[in-house]
Design a protein around this ligand. Structure first.
Ligand SMILES: [Zn+2]
Length: 381
């Protein structure tokens, strides 16, 4: 009677162990496919108004590749706003920062006037230090898209209040001196965008969990609006030196993702034969370039939507490669439906990892039980 009972239990345990081994193997395969190396640090450099011809013209003036052009992964970004029109810096900055298309003038709010979290805030929630640098006012639309949430981009008082409340670790740019706090690196002084980038990286690299840094070359846009070829070249080359600083750090560090892109093109810069000329005083709807280097850089290729930048960064940080591809449909003309916002609930989807771990735990428990029973039987029979 006793012997039969033990044999039945033993057989059941063996069957359970086999089932668990199978479950565990399947789970491990799923986990392996779903796991990628996450960048520890992310540096996003935005040339405001820097279309493909602005890069090409600066290349011609320099007589060789810009640093950004030597980055290994390249693509193009569509910049159309939520209603299918030419974007302003607020809607474009919001798309880049939050992954949500919106209307012109909106900052950190989607087209339905709903608050959308930005990639810098996401990084704060993941214990990363964060910084923003701009050559234009730190409350201007592009930098503000990384901390502000308001449908009117020009409501300076509110945007200032949101900047203070955001407690960003590094703020460098005109006007920043008004937001100084004892533990943060905050300065309105900037020798050059390159020096500011080096200074910010040195400060942010002290954090254990990495950092997110946004660097804006804001005056490329001004050159486009005033149709100044000379200023445009100067600003793009200055911006490119900041790219160099970011790349030098990333190369040495080995765990950083560097992305260089633009929010939109300004001035309708065109090339005819060997000369360039601006054809508009405004922003245009042409695609802008994106260049990527480092951990996860290979995901930033092809023609993608500007909302994809922060969505891909988020997913890379989460180590969530399955959701990185394929890329969503890209709006190409007026009236095409905007992207939807990715809910925060999607932030964790490591179910497979949990199943795998739990199965292994059960397998161990089953094995130990089996061993004890065997010993017991051997002793008693
Ligand atoms: Zn802009």
């Amino acid at each position: 009677m006793r012997k039969g009972k033990y044999l039945t239990i033993t057989r059941l345990l063996m069957l359970l162990a086999i089932i668990l081994i199978i479950i565990s193997s399947i789970s491990n395969i799923v986990v392996a496919e779903n796991t990628i190396t996450s960048p520890k640090n992310v540096i996003l450099l935005i040339g405001d108004g820097m279309g493909p011809n602005q890069v090409l013209m600066a290349h011609d003036i320099k007589g060789s590749n810009l640093y950004m052009e030597d980055m290994p992964y390249k693509g193009m970004l569509s910049t159309v706003n939520a209603v299918g029109g030419v974007t302003d810096s607020a809607a474009a900055g919001t798309a880049l920062a939050t992954g949500a298309k919106t209307r012109n003038s909106y900052l950190g709010m989607n087209e339905d006037e709903v608050f959308v979290s930005n990639i810098r805030e996401f990084c704060v929630r993941h214990d990363k230090m964060t910084g923003i640098i701009s050559t234009v006012k730190i409350t201007d639309a592009t930098p503000a898209a990384f901390y502000a949430h308001n449908v009117v981009r020009t409501e300076e008082a509110l945007i200032k209040k949101q900047l203070i409340e955001s407690n960003i670790d590094v703020i460098i740019g005109p006007g920043a001196q008004n937001y100084s706090t004892p533990n943060n690196l905050v300065t309105g002084e900037m020798e050059s965008l390159e020096k500011a980038t080096i200074l910010a990286i040195e400060f942010l690299d002290k954090g254990e969990n990495g950092f997110f840094l946004m660097v804006e070359g804001g005056k490329i846009d001004h050159a486009g609006h005033s149709n100044s070829i000379e200023q445009c070249n100067y600003e793009v080359l200055e911006f490119d030196k900041a790219v160099k600083a970011a790349l030098e750090f990333a190369e040495k560090d080995g765990s950083t993702l560097v992305i260089v892109t633009a929010d939109h093109e300004t001035g309708g810069l065109q090339k005819s034969n060997t000369s360039y000329k601006f054809t508009s005083p405004n922003h245009t709807g042409v695609d802008v370039p994106v260049f990527a280097f480092g951990v996860g850089a290979s995901y930033f290729t092809g023609r993608i939507c500007n909302t994809e930048i922060s969505l891909k960064i988020k997913r890379l940080i989460l180590g969530d490669s399955l959701n990185l591809l394929p890329t969503k449909a890209v709006p190409v003309a007026a009236g095409i439906a905007p992207e939807t916002v990715v809910p925060e609930a999607q932030e964790s989807n490591n179910h497979a990892l949990w199943i795998g771990s739990f199965s292994l735990l059960l397998l161990c428990a089953g094995g130990i039980g089996f061993y004890i029973l065997r010993k017991k039987m051997e002793g008693k029979l």
